[in-house]
Design a protein around this ligand. Structure first.
Ligand SMILES: [Mg+2]
Length: 438
């Protein structure tokens, strides 16, 4: 369980009703710049009914109407809102199949001041994806979304694993393309990183049907099997070869304390295994969602039981919907608002936008119960969740796409201000006056 000392996360505690959300590993929230459950298969195809949406402020009709703009038609000065913030999933929300979805660029412009209120809203990204360094992924995202994305506003699935580097000496790192995840792990500070390729190069019959390519063979390292002892297994990113990787992971799990040339007789002496997230499905360019790391986790647990005569394998997943990940995000947002905007107070509300009810909505709703900050779940229909089906975990708001979603959030905040006799434009005038007095 994380030491959740971030704003809004103070009240997090062990919850026996939802142990899968609260029973994660000990993760210490790192400094800002260091940052990057199986779904229910019985989703009904019945039409979404309104009782599943606990929408509070804006009626469904108002979503379709033009916002009540509280600024004059002339271009207002761009100011930064300090009362609310935004947090975004990426895949299925902004990006699909490696390309931005049609409304993505419009949404980014909107939250960066291109809106009728003339405000900018601070935001972070919180994705379960991974397989690249935070810096590399932010570079990709900056190009895709045509705006600067800083590693200080980015968390990916394996970012929290950085804090485990000091706890383990030799680790097996699985997943991703080529050597990328080994490089990421070494960048996190892991001292001795072994990959499945190293084991296959050293003992070529470890995976009867998988042969290393010339490049893989060149990059892989030969191990001393008498000495190698793996202390933990980390699945950083999606496996590119399930059969080979599962064979290697199973072999290590069935050792005595991770010593590669041993085999346990009781099958309860192996090292721990950590997954960077547990999403079974994710949205790609294919018309149907594709299986992901959560599926590998389920498969591995079933395989372990089968090959060990019934032993249960206990694995640990990071990422959404884990409460530690949302506490991590709260802290990151606090630091990002301070660093980028000079805002040193917590927001009253954080809107979280995602496409997967089982991770995005579930985590947001659950975190909101114990957070001093309101975490408000918004589900978009451009990814895993399909319109016309009932989400297993109901969001506070459903929107067609991310552009509609960010418009909704900003309009809702404008309405809240109006309810208190204020407006964004008044805030803008204040800023103008302050600037004039200088
Ligand atoms: Mg997603």
């Amino acid at each position: 369980m994380a030491t959740a000392d971030g704003l809004g996360a103070q009240k997090i505690h062990e919850n026996t009703d939802r142990p899968d959300l609260y029973g994660g590993p000990n993760v210490v929230i790192p400094p800002v710049y260091l940052m990057a459950s199986l779904p229910d298969r019985n989703l009904s195809s019945a039409k979404m009914s309104n009782q599943h949406i606990e929408e509070e402020v804006v009626s469904s009709a108002s979503e379709e109407e033009s916002p009540q703009v509280d600024t004059p038609s002339s271009t207002p000065p761009i100011v930064t809102s300090d009362d609310f913030a935004l947090a975004f999933d990426i895949d299925g929300v902004f990006i699909k199949g490696g390309e931005p979805i049609p409304e993505a660029l419009e949404a980014m412009k909107y939250i960066n001041g291109g809106n009728p209120y003339g405000i900018k809203v601070p935001y972070i990204f919180l994705t379960n994806g991974g397989g690249k360094s935070e810096e590399e992924r932010c570079g990709d995202l900056s190009r895709q979304l045509e705006c600067d994305v800083d590693p200080g506003q980015f968390i990916c699935g394996h970012t929290p694993m950085r804090e485990m580097a000091e706890h383990y000496g030799t680790v097996l790192v699985v997943g991703g393309e080529g050597e990328k995840c080994r490089i990421v792990a070494e960048g996190y500070g892991f001292k001795d990183v072994i990959t499945p390729g190293d084991i296959i190069k050293t003992k070529q019959d470890a995976t009867p049907f998988r042969k290393l390519t010339d490049e893989e063979y060149k990059n892989s390292r030969t191990l001393d099997l008498e000495k190698a002892r793996i202390e933990a297994i980390f699945v950083f990113a999606d496996s590119r070869d399930w059969a080979g990787d599962q064979q290697i992971i199973l072999d290590v799990l069935m050792t005595k304390e991770g010593k590669l040339n041993t085999r346990s007789e009781t099958f309860d002496e192996g090292p721990p295994v950590y997954f960077s997230h547990n999403d079974v499905l994710w949205a790609t360019s294919h018309e149907h969602s594709r299986i992901g790391m959560g599926a590998l986790r389920a498969s591995l647990e079933a395989l372990y039981k089968a090959v060990t005569g019934g032993k249960e394998l206990k694995t640990v997943a990071f990422g959404k919907p884990q409460m530690t990940t949302f506490a991590f995000a709260t802290k990151l947002l606090q630091e990002w608002r301070s660093k980028s905007c000079g805002i040193n107070k917590p927001p009253a509300t954080v809107y979280f936008f995602g496409d997967t009810p089982e991770s995005d909505v579930r985590g947001t709703n659950e975190f909101n119960k114990s957070s001093e900050i309101e975490w408000y779940s918004v589900l978009v229909a451009t990814g895993v969740w399909q319109e016309g089906t009932i989400p297993k975990y109901p969001p506070r708001k459903i929107c067609k796409n991310i552009y509609e979603a960010v418009k909704f959030a900003i309009d809702r905040e404008a309405q809240k201000l109006r309810g208190r006799g204020g407006s964004f434009s008044m805030f803008s005038d204040d800023v103008k006056q302050v600037q004039l007095k200088k």
